[in-house]
Design a protein around this ligand. Structure first.
Ligand code: ATP
Length: 223
């Protein structure tokens, strides 16, 4: 069965979510208060409607209650974003994802019961910062305020060494949860301690940010 989504706010962020979900064959109701935006998505989303999402009556008429997951991507008008989220919550929507504009906005959204709050500019900024510091950092996924998962391209300081020789857990307090091999195009999700790191490998490491940072400084960033 196709899952049903609604995207409210068709700016760059909401628009991109709408496009991707539609491309994946999902049923998407696209909503924006401006006609031009809605026209842009008429041939992309399953339905595209001009509506002010802060109007509860309108949301009800659109049958939003029957939708599994609503994404609120109203950006600058923080008041409209909060009001819309509150109404969706009161209407009993199962999953609400909201884009936050700043930390205060994020706090309010969490308090009123948004299931997922995202901060795309801040999160992308963090990822880019890590990859700027070291070109070996391929990806950075924040698990909490102080824990992350990072993908690190094996540099010359670790190529040829085994996990036991590096003893990353004892020396840095982080765990290597997977090794992606470029040579075999395979991923080993529970590498043995005797596993030797080869050129082109990517290590997937989980740990506290301070420990990962120590690991990066000593073993990843090349002189
Ligand atoms: P982005 O960075 O994703 O481009 P943004 O964060 O700058 O967007 P805005 O452009 O302010 O956010 O808002 C995104 C969209 O939400 C706009 O197309 C706007 O017309 C729409 N929007 C704003 N308020 C409402 C509302 N009350 N109901 C429906 N749509 C709205």
């Amino acid at each position: 069965m196709k899952r049903e989504f609604a995207v409210i706010g068709l700016g760059r962020f909401g628009g991109s979510i709408c496009r991707e979900l539609s491309k994946e064959g999902m049923e998407v109701l696209a909503i924006d208060s401006t006609e031009a935006k809605v026209n842009e998505y008429r041939n992309i989303a399953s339905h595209a409607v001009i509506a002010d999402a802060t109007d509860e009556k309108v949301l009800k008429e659109l049958g939003i209650r029957n939708i599994d997951h609503v994404i609120v991507a109203i950006g600058e008008d923080i008041q409209a974003s909060i009001l819309t989220t509150l109404m969706l919550k009161e209407l009993g929507i199962k999953k609400i994802t909201v884009k936050a504009q700043n930390d205060y906005h994020e706090k309010v959204l969490t308090k009123i019961g948004a299931d997922q709050v995202i901060h795309p500019e801040r999160d992308m900024g963090k990822k880019i910062a890590h990859s700027i510091i070291s070109s070996n950092i391929l990806d950075h996924l924040e698990l909490s305020d102080d824990h992350s998962i990072v993908e690190i391209k094996a540099g010359k300081k670790i190529v040829g060494k085994t996990l036991i020789a590096l003893d990353i857990r004892a020396n840095y307090g982080c765990n290597v949860v997977a090794i992606k091999s470029m040579a075999s195009n395979d991923i080993n999700v529970s590498p043995m301690a005797t596993e030797e790191i080869k050129e082109g490998d990517t290590l997937v490491i989980i740990g506290a940010d301070k420990d990962i940072s120590r690991f990066e400084k000593q073993l990843v960033i090349e002189d």
